[in-house]
Design a binder for this molecule. Structure first.
Ligand SMILES: [Zn+2]
Ligand SMILES: [Zn+2]
Length: 152
């Protein structure tokens, strides 16, 4: 398989074989809480394009602590605790946060827009439904596609 992007830790190697389907800078509160960064560069890949060589070493915790039944889970290395990826229980996408998941940030494509800039935005119901998100999960950036591209 072509390895376009490689991340992970020394125990679990995560590789992406295709370009992200969505690549943005997220300002939402969930990302802030999870990464401790004011903004978080997140890249969504099609589920099948991201692989981990030792999935059995991935411990899973809910991405949104306030919505533990939501679709996204944070995968952590059971050996060193490194954050490896965000996984989708429904196997639609896998998410990389390049600068906290061991990717070479300089090699990674730049984010193409900002999500949740200012106040949090809501997705239309139909789109939420197609992503299988509940109302409470709609704040997760997975959802956010309605944002203006960053100028330039
Ligand atoms: Zn976010
Ligand atoms: Zn590790």
């Amino acid at each position: 398989m072509t390895k376009r992007y490689a991340g992970g830790c020394k125990h679990v190697h995560v590789t992406a074989s295709a370009e992200p389907i969505d690549n943005h800078e997220c300002h939402c509160n969930v990302c802030k809480t999870v990464t401790g960064q004011h903004t978080t560069h997140v890249a969504f890949f099609n589920y099948g394009d991201v692989k981990a060589d030792h999935p059995e070493k991935m411990k899973r915790v809910p991405f949104n602590a306030n919505n533990p039944n939501g679709p996204l889970e944070i995968c952590l290395c059971t050996d060193c605790g490194a954050v490896l990826m965000l996984d989708d229980k429904q196997k639609r996408i896998r998410v990389a946060v390049p600068n906290v998941m061991g990717y070479d940030d300089a090699m990674f494509p730049k984010a193409t827009y900002h999500a949740f800039l200012g106040r949090e935005q809501r997705l239309p119901k139909t789109e939420r439904r197609s992503l299988g998100l509940r109302r409470s999960a709609s704040r997760i950036s997975v959802a956010c596609r309605r944002v203006r591209p960053k100028g330039g």
